[in-house]
Design a protein around this ligand. Structure first.
Ligand SMILES: Nc1ncnc2c1ncn2[C@@H]1O[C@H](COP(=O)(O)OP(=O)(O)OP(=O)(O)O)[C@@H](O)[C@H]1O
Ligand SMILES: [Mg+2]
Length: 254
């Protein structure tokens, strides 16, 4: 690939097919996410949204197809990626503090024999501030509410300062203030030219947050700018009868 292509290449999937046991959960998924794009993945429960994110991390075996990050195989690119798993997928009984978890985000910046420095502590402090978790820094992670745990993982991803952010439902079950904080983090990531993939459930905010959205239900039904993709017929097809409220039209009226 030439230099111009390499510099614009973000995350690419070609014909990605994934199954758990014998059940195919992603079928022939091809997506080209240019560097610096903020993408939302929307689709019903069980559509394979988390599986796409895990595929970018190389956490699930592929039946077929390729995933590349900045032109490299995922195994070589993992250090460039910050990942916030979907809530409920983390073992919170592990005996570490909030600060410990966020500090882990800095380890990628140090060799194993180098200790954490003042600069790292500053970044950790800044990340805790950004998600408004400073006052909980010394608390065990098992002693937090679900929304607070979510914020700790956002802080860890921030402290990592990666070029790529993968966020699996960062807005799920957070209060309005946290939602604003996370929206601000997304806006900041966009300004810094990061490539961001966010699993999201709210059609109303999709156009505000994302440059492009993917409508997914095992396969890609549509991929493009929100106003083109979030179209009633397509939504009905992807969500079937499961979409409670058809909340999108050109004017954003219900
Ligand atoms: N480890 C696993 N083993 C077997 N099946 C799995 C596993 N993980 C997910 N699945 C199944 O694969 C399908 C896709 O799961 P995935 O978690 O990617 O969906 P999702 O779109 O993220 O859903 P949700 O909105 O509920 O988070 C589902 O049918 C799910 O039950
Ligand atoms: Mg999921």
């Amino acid at each position: 690939m030439d230099a111009a292509t390499a510099s614009s290449t973000g995350i690419t999937m070609e014909h990605l097919t994934v199954s758990y046991q014998t059940k195919a959960v992603l079928v022939d998924v091809s997506l080209d996410i240019p560097r610096g794009t903020v993408v939302g993945i929307l689709g019903p429960n069980g559509a394979g949204k988390s599986t796409i994110i895990k595929s970018i991390m190389g956490f699930v075996p592929r039946d077929y197809g390729t995933v590349r990050v900045f032109g490299q195989p995922v195994a070589d690119a993992r250090g460039l990626v910050a990942y916030v798993p979907q809530r409920g997928q983390i073992d919170w009984s592990f005996p570490v503090t909030v600060r410990d978890v966020v500090t882990m985000g800095r380890y990628g910046h140090r060799r194993w024999y180098q200790s954490i420095r003042g600069e790292d502590r500053e970044k950790v402090k800044h990340a805790l501030d950004a998600v408004r978790m400073t006052e909980f820094a010394d608390r065990q992670i098992g002693q937090l509410s679900g929304g607070q745990q979510q914020r700790v993982f956002m802080a860890r991803a921030l402290a990592q300062e990666s070029d790529i952010l993968l966020l699996d439902e960062p807005f799920a079950g957070v209060d309005a203030a946290t939602e604003r904080a996370i929206a601000g983090l997304l806006a900041g990531a966009r300004e810094e030219g990061k490539t961001v993939v966010v699993v999201h459930h709210d059609l109303e905010t999709a156009a505000e947050f994302f440059d492009r959205v993917v409508l997914l239900n095992r396969r890609v039904y549509a991929y493009g700018p929100p106003r083109e993709v979030l179209e009633p017929n397509l939504l009905a097809e992807v969500y079937g009868g499961t979409l409670r409220k058809m909340s999108w039209n050109e004017e954003g009226e219900a």
